[in-house]
Ligand binder design. Structure first.
Ligand code: WTA
Length: 650
């Protein structure tokens, strides 16, 4: 494999979509209606971004009452489609049950053990309404926060939609995160009610989610009720008065429930994501702008049509699943797959089996998964007929050209273009991504989508034309975050404080002479483990919370499959013996505090970690030393001796 990789690393081909394919796409249809001939002309036309987004809104959503203005921009605070009354649930569910889509399949669910459920739009409508009525009965009102801790089962989007329906704000926490992680997030936004399940299947075992939720809720004073969906039938502990079975509380509820007609800018959800401090930030998204942004980008980038079977294999616990499973596909009336379990369970062809069985036509995953399957070899996908596929997607981290080519050949049969979509929890939807009409260079997310603008800035804030620097976005976009919950100052500083008038993405990128963007990774202290965001300082806090640890410094090292791996340098308290058993204990401790995803791959015991005089850990220095690179300027170091010790840790 290594030999192949070095050849493929030199991939310079540009992959142009065929004319036949282009002519049938949603974007081309819109271009024809507007007399726009080429991709470049389209980008030019959409430079009038307020006009463009106004047009797009007409195309993908229905307001209860029309908006007065496309955007009110009070830098850095935006309001989109002001004056309109709106609710995203109208577009995701309500509007379909009055059309032929009423009985169209919305979700094909496959559980890890192989159980299958198909839900139509009408089924979703009824389930969402019943749950919304139950939430109301338990006192949940507009603006209240509901914590959702569920695995990949249809009840997860149903719960989100039920909250949105009545104007409540959901805060979903990834089911792979620990009880502590759930507790901290629930407390930050004072969740009133929690929705979870007894347990779920993962790698042939059952994960006891209710037990974790119970642990978390020992220290969440705001939580008054818990709704528990019965997924496996496992025994669970029960807190009388607080806990309610989903099937019991929804049973006799009416199957209709009015959808709250909200202000277009009312909040839809908070989603916690890692930043540079030890505490994740609650990213705020609002109804209407977000709905327009996610639906339009899905419609154009993945070219969703009624006959498609769409599958985004991300988890709804992350933004990808919020935008492109729980909301956008429903707004477009699509049929989509939801799969509960691990990708390579019981065999590495589970996903290919699902694609073949349901005739998936659009498939969206991460480079980490592609690399996982690459490792298992091409014989696994070869066992399956994957010819139903017509478009592929990638997200979460840069896709290296060799993974791109493998995906293109072995999954896409050299037929399907790969949409490498760059975006963030904060952006809400794709920002830099090809359209199906865009010539593609493997490894590049290509150009900003129509109606969006990006650039690369040098340290002085001067735009770089052909070279590297900080990735910035030049003007607001509809799905943009509205702030950080309870922390408007941090919002201003983090995103709008570095360069005047532009949004700082926090990524390092290169732009080439053709205006194509090549994302290189995070510029800040945020790790990308299997495409998931984990803050270095969050892992450090988790380590330091162990009673034997005095200090910790965490860095990411390049990893062939996961993109990055977690390496930690740990200073133990005086007199504590550094043993292998303790290393294991610390790794398990982090997994327990944060979730398995954050478990350090390596732990090194050191007597000190490099710090500035003000006590800030110098991760840049540690990383360079640990990777055997030039350490650079160390003049601000308070304890230069500590650097040598890091160097020995190889
Ligand atoms: C990275 C995930 C390269 C990037 C949707 C960004 C990518 C961070 C890509 C956001 C891509 C996402 N190519 N890097 N196509 N997509 N990233 O908030 O570093 O979990 O800043 O959102 O993922 O991660 P988040």
């Amino acid at each position: 494999m290594t030999e192949n990789i070095s050849v493929l690393l030199d991939e310079k081909r540009v992959f142009k979509p065929s004319k036949d394919f282009v002519n049938q796409t949603n974007v081309k249809q819109w271009m024809d209606q507007h007399n726009i001939k080429t991709y470049d002309d389209l980008l030019k036309k959409a430079e009038d971004w307020k006009w463009f987004w106004g047009e797009m809104a007409k195309d993908v959503v229905e307001f209860y009452t029309p908006y007065k203005q496309v955007i009110e921009w009070n830098e850095p605070f935006a309001k989109w489609f002001t004056g309109a009354k709106y609710n995203i649930v109208h577009d995701a569910i309500d509007k379909h049950v009055t059309t032929w889509r009423k009985n169209k399949v919305a979700i094909i669910f496959e559980g890890e053990p192989g159980d299958v459920r198909k839900l139509t739009y009408n089924d979703l409508y009824i389930q969402v309404n019943k749950l919304a009525n139950a939430l109301k009965e338990l006192g949940i009102k507009k603006g209240d926060r509901v914590g959702i801790y569920l695995p990949m089962i249809p009840e997860l989007p149903i719960a989100m939609l039920a909250c949105a329906k009545i104007g409540a704000i959901h805060s979903v926490v990834f089911s792979g995160f620990s009880a502590t992680a759930f507790r901290d997030r629930a407390n930050d936004c004072e969740v009133k009610l929690v929705i979870t399940c007894d347990s779920f299947y993962r790698r042939g075992k059952k994960v006891p989610l209710k037990t974790q939720a119970d642990d978390a809720c020992k220290e969440t004073p705001s939580v008054k009720n818990m709704i528990v969906y019965q997924r496996t039938g496992d025994q669970v502990n029960w807190t009388a008065g607080r806990d309610h079975w989903w099937h019991e509380i929804t049973k006799d509820k009416p199957s209709t429930c009015p959808t709250e007609q909200l202000d277009a800018n009312d909040n839809l959800y908070f989603l916690y994501t890692s930043g540079t401090t030890g505490k994740p930030k609650g990213i705020i998204h609002a109804h209407a702008g977000y709905a327009v942004g996610i639906a339009q980008t899905l419609k154009w980038v993945f070219d969703i049509k009624d006959q498609d079977v769409y599958w985004c294999a991300a988890d709804i616990g992350w933004v990808t699943g919020h935008s492109y499973i729980a909301y956008a596909p429903f707004i477009l009336g699509a049929t989509q797959i939801i799969y509960e379990g691990a990708p390579d369970w019981p065999n590495p062809d589970r996903w290919w089996d699902i694609i073949e069985k349901y005739g998936v036509s659009v498939f969206y995953t991460s480079p980490t998964s592609v690399r996982l399957f690459m490792r298992h070899g091409e014989d696994w996908p070869k066992k399956h007929d994957l010819t139903s596929l017509r478009l592929l997607g990638s997200v979460g981290e840069p896709i290296n050209p060799e993974a791109w080519i493998w995906y293109y050949k072995n999954i896409g049969g050299e037929r399907c273009q790969i949409m490498d979509t760059w975006w963030q929890t904060e952006t809400g939807h794709f920002v830099i991504s090809p359209l199906p009409i865009t010539p593609i260079k493997p490894g590049s997310a290509t150009k900003p989508l129509p109606g969006m603008a990006a650039a690369v800035y040098d340290d002085k804030g001067i735009q770089v034309k052909d070279g590297g620097g900080s990735l910035v976005l030049m003007h607001p976009w509809p799905g943009m975050l509205r702030g950080i919950y309870k922390n408007p100052e941090r919002y201003k500083e983090t995103y709008w404080g570095r360069f005047k008038g532009v949004y700082l993405a926090g990524d390092v990128a290169r732009v080439d002479a053709d205006g194509y963007f090549w994302i290189q990774g995070r510029a800040d202290d945020v790790l990308k483990i299997s495409g998931h965001r984990i803050g270095n300082s969050e892992v450090e806090s988790a380590l330091v919370s162990h009673p034997l640890v005095a200090e910790a410094a965490v860095i990411g090292k390049p990893h062939e499959e996961k993109g990055e791996s977690i390496t930690s340098f740990v200073v133990l308290k005086k007199g504590v013996e550094p043993t292998e058993a303790l290393k294991k204990e610390l790794r398990d401790h982090v997994a327990k505090e944060m979730g398995k995803l954050a478990r350090p791959d390596e732990i090194w015991f050191v007597t000190d970690v490099p710090k500035t005089r003000s006590g800030k850990i110098m991760r840049r220095v540690i990383r360079a030393k640990a990777l055997g690179q030039e350490v650079g300027d160390t003049s601000t170091l308070a304890n230069p001796e500590s650097v040598d010790e890091i160097g020995k840790a190889k």
